[in-house]
Design a protein around this ligand. Structure first.
Ligand code: GCV
Length: 690
């Protein structure tokens, strides 16, 4: 059994019970027709491809802008909408309903495909009453998912690095799966929420994966063929040292002509095999991956070499900014990992080719539960910047805990690096930040590390599906309300047939999920200080796990206080990487937001927060509250009337909630005990601490 995620057949009941005509041609139109045929076959409607109206009166007309419409009165409704609506843009569509006919128009087949999925989201309301023409256009052109799948099972990271949903749907034990039907299903799910790109393999490119670029390119081609019908272009993570490792050259120096020729030749071959190949993704000079530093070259040199190889074919290189020293001496208080991406990349602004995108993690460290927005995003006006998010819950409960991430991502995307009223992070990623920020660069888009594996529920925790769905929806409209996205996901996923009482289920899921990110934050590392996880696998608490390690992620707790001084006045100077007003807001204890206090400042335990509580009391209170909240979440799920959701899904969520409660209590007790012992300050409410 493979769970249908948010596309069960019932999601197409409204569309599938209608009489539809499709005007237009092209491979993606074929996909639309196939979807409609499946839906109408199941739900009793009909679908015709072009031509005059048949016997049945039409309910729905889908048409490409350039396709002539027949003179029938029904198609003329579409013609009138077309005349009024104008252009829909490359991937956009227009939806309208008048005279009893629903009309979906698009300039391109991709727009029709996205519009079809919008009809599924709308359900019956798409076919009732009057709908003025609504234009839908993606806010971001580049909407990409990164899979961290390995070809070989990595001895530590397994088949999928930071994967919490089983194995890879593409590879197993070093070879490509013969049955790739899950990939086709994945492509459909991704397209339905708006994704148009997928990097198929891990950014850590080990020996096996390196060959995907050359002698194992056929495996990439096979996946590309399954993504194509859903408008998704394939991208490949490549190893910077490939000219040495695969090409037998003595160097991978990006300025060496032999190296440049090797990449040009290799890339030509890639495009001969996969004409719509999207481009390369590169993690260089990071956590042991090779890069241009070995040759005394800059990251612009490295990225541009690949950009030049890709340019003749319209490809793009995504070059990651996640570059830092992972051999740091913990005794060295002057080095600050949070500074690293800015220090490495901002001096290179303006040096990157037009088809090079700098892919920046949303925070300066590493996908922690709470981080400030990376200052790099606002500091490279002449570079195409992509913002990278992480759906796979590496630091947010590993898909054993409920943690709906859309509220966090919405906060990031809506952040205004230049202050109130200025452009948002989403607009920077869209290349549309106007005078204050990057403008006219085309933008790098939004990227998300996927949370999918070969698990029957795709994401391990069934409720984690909502994160992938929400990412896609936010790429179309970064201003969407996370609760509204969740509503969409609930309505699609849990169709009324399955649920005797949809309102109870909806209410319960909102209660479980809406504030689950804040709950997770409450019982884990406090006030933005980050980490405190078990080294290596990153699950569960270990307050000092990384404290004396080379990874550069410290909290500096001692008997008097806690936090990292990143101020200009007395600390690492990191606050100076932000433009005004944030450089000053974060610098000052008086204005730094509570939730980020320990990211920016080292303070005594008795420091009073804006909330009025001391830091130590905040730690105790939030950890008791967060762990208690997980018990309530479990109760909410247990109280769901029987039969409301599929029993297997009900059981799976129930098991995971048991683990979440256990783990949250462990977090609570370790954190509270650690800080009671460090500080000697008792809990004001005298609760049990060990
Ligand atoms: C793919 C973190 C993770 C690594 C990951 C890395 C990255 O360090 O723990 O597993 O590697 O980020 O984003 O490159």
């Amino acid at each position: 059994m493979v769970h249908a995620a948010w596309l069960p057949p019932e999601a197409f009941r409204s569309v599938g019970s209608r009489h539809t005509v499709v005007h237009g041609d092209g491979p993606l139109v074929d996909t639309v027709l196939a979807e409609l045929r499946a839906a109408t076959g199941r739900h009793g409607g009909t679908v015709r491809h072009g031509g005059e109206a048949g016997a049945a009166p039409l309910d729905l007309v889908l048409a490409l802008s350039a396709t002539p419409l027949p003179p029938s009165p029904q198609s003329q409704v579409a013609a009138r909408v077309r005349a009024e609506a104008g252009s829909t843009g490359a991937e956009g569509f227009v939806l309208a309903r008048r005279d009893g006919i629903t009309v979906l128009l698009a300039d391109t087949p991709a727009g029709l495909l996205y519009g079809l999925f919008q009809l599924a989201r709308l359900g019956e309301p798409a076919f009732t009453g009057h709908r003025p023409a609504e234009h839908h256009r993606p806010a971001l052109h580049r909407r990409i998912v990164n899979d961290w799948d390995n070809v070989d099972v990595h001895p530590v990271m397994g088949q999928v690095e930071r994967g919490y949903a089983g194995g890879s749907i593409v590879w197993r034990d070093g070879v490509q799966r013969t049955d790739l039907s899950r990939v086709a299903g994945y492509a459909r799910l991704l397209a339905s929420c708006g994704i148009n790109g997928l990097a198929v393999n891990n950014v850590n490119v080990h020996a096996g994966e390196a060959h995907l670029l050359t002698d194992r390119l056929g495996e990439v081609e096979a996946v590309a063929g399954l993504l194509r019908p859903y408008g998704i272009r394939i991208h490949l993570s490549v190893n910077f040292a490939s000219p040495v490792r695969l090409g037998g050259l003595p160097t991978a120096d990006p300025l060496d002509e032999r190296v440049r020729d090797w990449w040009a030749h290799t890339t030509r071959r890639v495009y001969q095999t996969i004409p719509d190949f999207g481009g390369y993704l590169v993690k260089a000079d990071s956590e042991g991956q090779p890069g241009p530093f070995a040759y005394g070259r800059t990251h612009a040199d490295g990225a541009n070499m690949l950009a030049d190889a890709l340019a003749p074919f319209g490809g793009v290189v995504h070059w990651r900014a996640f570059v830092y020293n992972h051999h740091q001496d913990w005794r060295d208080r002057g080095t600050d990992r949070a500074r690293a991406a800015y220090d490495h990349f901002v001096p290179l602004d303006g040096e990157f080719r037009d088809n090079a995108v700098l892919q920046v993690k949303h925070g300066p460290l590493d996908f922690q539960t709470r981080e400030p927005v990376s200052p790099v995003i606002a500091a490279m006006p002449r570079t195409r910047v992509a913002v990278e998010l992480q759906a796979t819950q590496e630091y947010t409960g590993q898909q054993r805990h409920v943690c709906y991430l859309a509220p966090m991502w919405r906060t990031v995307l809506g952040f205004q690096p230049w202050g109130e009223g200025g452009p948002t992070v989403a607009r920077v990623a869209a290349g549309d930040a106007g005078p204050a920020g990057p403008a006219g660069t085309g933008g790098g888009g939004l990227v998300c590390v996927s949370n999918v594996g070969d698990d029957p529920y795709w994401t391990g925790h069934p409720l984690a599906q909502a994160n992938l769905y929400a990412f896609g929806r936010l790429t179309w409209d970064p201003t969407l309300d996370p609760a509204a996205i969740l509503d969409e996901w609930i309505e699609l996923t849990f169709q009324p047939d399955d649920t005797a009482d949809p309102q109870t289920l909806r209410r319960t899921l909102h209660e479980l999920m809406d504030s689950s990110w804040q709950t997770y934050e409450q019982y884990t590392a406090p006030l933005g200080v980050g980490f405190m996880v078990r080294p290596g696998h990153h699950y569960g608490p270990d307050v000092d796990g990384y404290e004396y390690s080379p990874w550069g992620t410290y909290h500096f707790a001692d008997r008097d206080g806690i936090g990292v001084d990143r101020t200009r006045a007395t600390g690492t100077g990191y606050t100076g990487q932000y433009p005004a007003p944030w450089s000053d807001i974060y610098e000052s204890l008086g204005t730094c937001p509570d939730e980020l206090l320990l990211f920016f400042h080292h303070v005594p335990y008795q420091h009073v927060l804006h909330s009025g509580r001391t830091v130590i009391q905040h730690i105790y209170d939030t950890h008791f509250a967060g762990a208690r909240r997980t018990e309530q979440m479990r109760e909410l799920w247990r109280d769901l009337p029987a039969g409301l959701v599929d029993p297997a899904l009900y059981a799976r969520v129930g098991e995971r909630l048991d683990e979440q409660v256990r783990s949250a209590h462990e977090w609570r007790d370790q954190i509270n005990t650690y800080f009671l012992r460090k500080s000697g300050i008792p809990d004001a409410h005298g609760r049990r601490i060990f």
